[in-house]
Design a protein around this ligand. Structure first.
Ligand code: ADP
Ligand code: GLC
Length: 479
């Protein structure tokens, strides 16, 4: 890598930690620029001008006035926030709203989401084309469906800047009725099956799958799963045709934020023993009594993907053996109700989103449960490893790639870092929870696993090297 010129990359994302976050995409978009900087990649991030982003922006300058953004005008701002170099699309009619960044007060998608993120995508292509200001990227790195149309607009407008699309979750496809294709600037010929068409609608994600020069997803296993009907959600065929351009690059975590030795939200520690004070504090905070078994934690969106309905069915296996559960999450009202109303002294739930509490849970828990039906990468099991909070995960996607399950062989070699279960059913999860309780009752084995977990390399270093190599490749191909 040494000796090559700096590569300028425009990253396009709909959320970015610590400014605005609903899930792991934000952590990744927020960490990549800093992690790539030592590899001579200058990454600037284009974000929507949500109120929280505009408020955090310092040294903001207006780079361009932009008209024709689906019923209003906007400005492209350039500035800094939270150590990130940002372009921000300040278009109040699209982004200055209360409630959520994707959902209204009733928890329903904003009806103009396709237009909101098409506007963001069009502006990204225009930055790359040099029509908005001086700074031009060598390539564009797009994240998820919200930036799916970038690659299409680049091709449509003949802008010869290569693009990479990272799929963080194929379940979100950015679907729009075909009747809106023209307004989104999609040419008739490109509305076809070989183009953006997805079962009679338009998919913004598919636009990226078709026209981005390279595709990545966030773990090697999910890259393979995506090409199967079981996981590809109808896009497996398109992905198979792009197989040569698709790779899986595992997410890392930001060790300056998520590491028990430096975490400002917790009683800091460097060895598993240091967890004790955090556990006492966490039990207090959740009103949980002392218990024989492991204190299990969950920090998650409460959706079908995350498999927490299975946990409801499997919980008796944990509770019967003296285990406990502390859960933090929000989402599906039925799941919120089921966990909040679970009537047992050893189960406590907080419904909502609380970043600081999520850190305290990583530090205070004995184990973290991630029973996902599918999981492109998953970050909470990585936090769990780093904090010596043993992950119990479903054998799928990034969960399969990051946890070394306790089996007779891995225990004999003393390399296990957690538990994996398969198939993703309540029965298999119950068995894993019983195994967890057995291991917890064997302190030597348990603390060995904790030390193994804490020694796992979960930072960004190997993954950003892979991204930098991918960018290099693309630059060479474009020469
Ligand atoms: P996904 O992006 O599918 O939700 P990930 O595991 O990749 O799953 O990332 C989830 C991120 O969101 C993690 O940083 C996790 O700690 C955080 N998170 C999820 N739910 C909550 C919550 N209720 N409160 C605080 N943080 C949460
Ligand atoms: C998505 C996935 C999750 C992944 C995250 C960041 O939200 O559901 O598995 O870790 O993106 O890439």
């Amino acid at each position: 890598m040494e000796g090559r010129a700096m590569i300028k990359v425009l990253s396009v994302a709909s959320e970015c930690a610590p400014l605005v976050k609903t899930g792991g995409l934000a952590d990744v978009a927020g960490a990549l620029p800093g992690a790539l900087a030592p590899l001579d990649v200058e990454m600037r991030t284009l974000l929507p001008g949500y109120p929280a982003v505009i408020k955090a922006l310092t040294g903001a300058q207006c780079v361009a006035e932009i008209s024709g953004l689906f019923g209003g005008a906007g400005r492209l701002l350039s500035g800094k926030a939270a150590g990130l170099s940002l372009f921000v699309l300040d278009a109040p009619h699209l982004f200055d709203r209360g409630a959520g960044i994707y959902l209204n007060d009733d928890g329903v998608d904003w009806p103009d989401n396709p237009e909101r993120f098409a506007a963001l995508s069009r502006v990204a292509a225009d930055i790359a084309g040099g029509t908005l200001g001086q700074w031009r990227p060598d390539l564009v790195h797009c994240h998820d469906w919200q930036a799916g149309l970038v690659s299409y607009y680049l091709k449509r407008d003949g802008i010869s800047v290569p693009s990479v699309l990272t799929i963080h979750n194929i379940a979100f496809q950015g679907l729009v009725p075909m009747a809106r294709a023209k307004a989104l600037g999609i040419a008739k010929a490109d509305q076809a099956r070989e183009g953006v068409e997805y079962w009679g609608q338009i998919s913004a994600l598919k636009a990226g799958l078709v026209w981005a020069d390279r595709l990545t997803t966030v773990s090697p296993t999910y890259a393979r799963e995506l090409m199967t009907p079981e996981f590809g959600m109808g896009l497996d065929g398109v992905l198979q045709t792009r197989k040569a351009d698709l790779s899986g690059i595992l997410n890392g975590i930001d060790l300056e934020v998520w590491s028990p030795g430096v975490d400002t939200h917790i009683h800091q520690y460097k060895t598993p023993r240091g967890k004790a004070a955090n556990k006492v504090a966490l039990r207090d905070e959740f009103g949980l009594p002392e218990a024989e078994g492991p204190l299990c934690v969950v920090v998650s969106r409460l959706t079908e993907q995350k498999g927490l309905d299975l946990l409801l069915d499997a919980l008796p296996a944990l509770l019967d053996r003296g285990g406990q559960l502390a859960l933090l999450g929000s989402g599906d009202p039925a799941l919120e109700k089921a966990f909040a109303g679970y009537d047992h002294p050893h189960v406590a739930a907080r419904i909502g989103y609380d970043e600081a509490l999520s850190h305290r849970m990583m530090a205070g828990g004995d184990a973290i449960l991630v029973p996902s039906r599918f999981e492109p990468c998953g970050l909470t099991q990585l936090y769990g490893l780093q904090y010596g909070t043993l992950p119990v995960v479903a054998l799928t996607g990034g969960l399969a790639d990051t946890v070394i399950p306790a089996t007779p062989a891995t225990m004999a070699k003393e390399v296990a870092t957690g538990l994996q279960f398969h198939p993703v059913t309540a029965d298999a999860l119950s068995n894993a929870l019983m195994q967890l309780c057995d291991l917890f009752a064997a302190p030597k084995l348990w603390s060995k696993m904790q030390r193994n977990a804490m020694a796992q390399p979960v930072g960004w270093a190997p993954s950003v090297a892979a991204y930098a190599a991918l960018y290099d490749d693309l630059m060479k191909a474009a020469e």
